[in-house]
Design a binder for this molecule. Structure first.
Ligand code: ATP
Length: 296
């Protein structure tokens, strides 16, 4: 195994005052260093909680989370975290914010990377007068300027217009490729993730449902169409019948009978089928499986 960016073992988190409900529970997975990982799941799934735990802003109620090989709080200098509400100092201007970023990161500030992202912003404008999308751009400029090994981005593109989204996604991907930066990015916009992210972590109801390389997760599934009959021995994630035709998304267990018409699911089909079928067993590819889980 090469380096590990994130490794969770039995990770659980509950907020005080929530009547004992778990925001995350029994989460065990690994994310290799250098991965560009989409963190997906419905509202309230636990995505922001996981990112805040990784950033060291929350503490687990149970289990462990290692970030870049250490406890989360110990690696803050090596990672950048852009929270969902993009906290910035409202009274500072854009250029003062970038100046503060440079001052706070004297050893590794990448002025050019930050300036490239912040370039369309009015440099004299106060942060409090920026639009939501402009604030997102400034927060990303700070994150990239830090030249971190790990970027934790909570819905970074949500407020951005399509052109800005496209441009910034390109910058992020170039960053990841050039510096082998690990990126974990939560998003609800599947089209934004498809093609950009090589890894996927699907969380639902506080549990990890899918984890690993996107290509491997897709390859582990098949859409089968044919006359209605038993799908054994395959693991069925979701099936539906229209007249006499059965269509199912399965994890093939051994060869697939040639009487089925078989196709590869799209990423969206894979995710939606799992979200509609909470009883389908979780699947982690080998790269997402922790050492402990392998040993057990
Ligand atoms: N500060 C908090 N206090 C109490 N409960 C919280 C707090 N933050 C989150 N929760 C709860 O924890 C669970 C997970 O929330 P979280 O924000 O991590 O989900 P999410 O996947 O990021 O959702 P979204 O896609 O809506 O941003 C939810 O049930 C939410 O209500």
């Amino acid at each position: 195994m090469t380096g590990t960016a994130l490794e969770a073992e039995g990770l659980g988190m509950r907020y005080r005052g929530r009547g004992g409900g778990w925001a995350l529970r029994d989460c065990t997975f690994r994310l290799p260093a250098g991965a560009v990982c989409a963190l997906v799941g419905p509202n309230g799934a636990g995505k922001s909680t996981l990112l805040a735990l990784a950033a060291g802003f929350l503490r687990p109620a149970e289990g462990t989370l290692r970030v870049l090989g250490a406890a989360p709080g110990e690696t803050r200098a090596r990672m950048a975290y852009v929270a969902q509400d993009k906290p910035l100092y409202p009274q500072l201007t854009v250029s003062e914010t970038l100046w503060a970023g440079a001052e706070l990161n004297p050893d590794g500030w990448d002025r050019e990377a930050a300036a490239r992202i912040a370039e369309p912003l009015p440099s004299d404008a106060k942060v409090r007068d920026l639009s939501g999308g402009q604030r997102s751009r400034l927060a990303l400029a700070l994150a990239l300027g830090k030249r971190a090994e790990l970027l934790l981005l909570d819905e970074p593109m949500a407020d951005l217009d399509p052109l800005a989204r496209h441009q910034l996604m390109g910058v992020l991907m170039a960053e990841a490729a050039e510096h082998r930066t690990t990126i974990v990015m939560s998003s609800h916009i599947l089209t934004e993730l498809e093609g950009a992210c090589d890894h996927l972590l699907l969380i639902d109801g506080g549990h990890v449902r899918l984890g690993g390389e996107t290509d491997d997760l897709i390859a582990a599934h098949a859409v089968l169409t044919g006359p209605v009959r038993d799908l054994a021995p395959h693991t069925v994630v979701e099936s539906r019948t229209t007249g006499r035709t059965l269509t199912a998304l399965v994890r093939p267990e051994g060869p697939v009978d040639a009487t089925w018409t078989r196709s590869e699911p799209t990423l969206e089909e894979l995710l939606l089928a799992h979200l509609r079928s909470p009883e389908a067993p979780a699947l982690l590819t080998p790269s997402a499986t922790t050492r402990e889980a392998v040993a057990a």
